[in-house]
Design a protein around this ligand. Structure first.
Ligand code: NAG
Ligand code: NAG
Ligand code: NAG
Ligand code: NAG
Ligand code: NAG
Length: 474
């Protein structure tokens, strides 16, 4: 009884900051005069103005105007991307089609419009950069060989990449913007888990997020859906050969009087500071020893399953586990910071979960769960009662709103985006949160015995990310 009370208290104390977190966005400027999204799309704002009409899709809720623009920069619509937003202070976000202009802005309190800077959604050079099926190397990435597939797309093989600031559902799954196929590949080689290719859409018909890293590729590449415009793909067809022998000496003296204890066949869940591509564990340890970023240990993955950047520098130690293709080396001597055994995202976001939080976590979970279910029941009851009114647009009925709602019921073009999943150019729906599927396709392609096992290593990270991050923006 006492412990239950204690747990409830703890959860109450903890629940406040947890629930309050989204409100941090109150510190964010309500209507910034200009804004650049995380993938590089620039907006100009029209504060206290509405820009009615030209809905790309029905409004949805996001906590800030900035989040509304972030969604716009990742939107893949009906044969085009997003060209502007309207955000209202009750958190409704509208995305605008290419027909939107600055000419019909209407003064309106508590509502803010923004338009993509002129020209930034214009098509890029759509010419295939290389001869079809020719093979190339990538600057700065030794050992990588890629094959160019002009006018083709890789269907499926999407995941929530570690480089994405957050993972969203369709139609906002993509993130990267690239200005060339090679530029797109440069995003690919930095990714975790291993990226095996890209589809690049210079015509920007799939939106500003026109560079899609892929976890694999099938035997044949596909022709794009006609609404996608021009796409080219590159598949990584050779990777560096990694020295997979674990040193026979179990200690290693690196430069600067630093020594490492080496554990073969192990990985450690410590906090990743960064990852770099290395051919052998020795050079990985040398890098750790010579860096001044607090590196206390390295995980070296000879399989590359978690990414081409296979030497992970860590600044904490945590739980060790077995992985045939892994090597763990820990700096000896100095006192080493420990991180809790709960999974910490590689990107090193919020990380300091105390053991109390760990105990209270499940309790909060249960309480939140009950609250959510209750909330959902209430919500759906009300919604049922009110839906007719709501669809009519309430107070903010914008011109054309009804038309766009109609869209949703009978999506002519949305189908391909994943609403129906019909001829999916990049099978977006449900690919998140199901990393095991992707692993499967990877395994067949690399066809090494080790790979299967190390794929788990990759999933470990991908799985937690997928679970934690989608909440962020929603
Ligand atoms: C956004 O603005 C920055 C700074 O002017 C510029 O460097 C960048 O190229 C712009 N983005 C696009 C997509 O044009
Ligand atoms: C833009 O407006 C034209 C003319 O009304 C219409 O035919 C077209 O479908 C619109 N485009 C979009 C993307 O809504
Ligand atoms: C470890 O590195 C991460 C990412 O750079 C950083 O956020 C964190 O504060 C570091 N932790 C320690 C104990 O130095
Ligand atoms: C490790 O790789 C580096 C290049 O990355 C190379 O110079 C070095 O000789 C290699 N060391 C061993 C022990 O193979
Ligand atoms: C460190 O990076 C690897 C590879 O991406 C990942 O599997 C692992 O989960 C990361 N570690 C943490 C604590 O996030």
């Amino acid at each position: 009884m006492e412990s239950l009370l204690a747990a409830i208290w703890a959860s109450a104390a903890l629940a406040t900051p947890l629930i309050a977190e989204p409100l941090l966005s109150r510190d964010v400027v309500t209507c910034p005069p200009t804004y650049t999204t995380k993938n590089g799309l620039n907006f100009t704002s029209y504060c206290e103005k509405n820009n009615p009409g030209n809905d790309a899709l029905p409004p949805f809720l996001v906590s800030s105007m900035q989040e509304c623009m972030e969604h716009c920069s990742r939107y893949w619509g009906d044969g085009e991307g997003c060209f502007g937003v309207v955000w209202r202070e009750d958190q409704n976000c509208w995305l605008r089609t290419s027909n939107t202009t600055s000419s019909n802005m209407i003064d309106d309190k508590g509502i803010h419009a923004a338009l993509v800077v002129e020209g930034e959604m214009d098509p890029l050079d759509t010419k295939c950069p290389e001869t079809d099926l020719s093979i190339h190397t990538l600057d700065g990435s030794p050992g990588i060989g890629y094959t160019v597939h002009c006018g083709k797309v890789v269907t499926g093989f999407d995941t929530c990449w570690s480089g994405y600031p957050s993972c969203l559902d369709a139609p906002y799954i993509g993130f990267y913007h690239a200005t060339s196929l090679e530029d797109c590949l440069q995003n690919c080689v930095k990714e975790h888990p291993l990226c095996r290719g890209v589809t690049y859409n210079p015509s920007l018909k799939i939106g500003f997020a026109n560079c899609w890293p892929k976890t694999g590729f099938g035997n044949t590449l596909q022709n794009p859906d006609t609404t996608m415009g021009v796409s080219h793909s590159a598949t990584i067809t050779s990777l560096d050969r990694i020295d997979s022998t674990c040193p026979s000496d179990k200690t290693y003296d690196a430069s600067g009087n630093k020594a490492f204890d080496i554990q073969c066949g192990k990985v450690n869940a410590g906090t990743n500071i960064t990852s770099v591509h290395m051919q052998n564990v020795t050079s990985c340890m040398d890098l750790c020893a010579s860096s001044n970023n607090g590196c206390v240990g390295v995980v070296f993955d000879t399989s590359l399953a978690s990414g081409y950047e296979n030497c992970y520098l860590q600044n904490t130690t945590s739980v060790m586990s077995d992985l045939a293709s892994g090597t763990y080396a820990l700096l000896t001597g100095s006192s080493i910071p420990k991180s809790s055994s709960t999974n910490v995202p590689a990107s090193g976001t919020t990380e300091k979960k105390s053991s109390k939080a760990w105990i209270a976590g499940p309790v909060i979970g249960v309480i939140l769960g009950i609250a959510l279910i209750a909330g959902a029941i209430l919500f759906f009851r009300r919604r049922k009662a009110k839906s007719a009114v709501a669809v009519a647009g309430g107070g903010f009925a914008e011109k054309g709103a009804e038309g766009s709602y109609a869209h949703q019921q009978a999506p002519p073009g949305y189908g391909h985006v994943g609403y129906t999943g019909a001829p999916p150019p990049m099978q977006q729906h449900g690919s998140y949160g199901a990393p095991s599927e992707l692993g499967g396709s990877n395994v067949t392609e690399l066809a090494t015995g080790e790979y299967n096992q190390s794929a788990k290593y990759a999933h470990h990270g991908a799985g937690t990310k997928a679970k934690q991050e989608p909440q962020e923006l929603a």
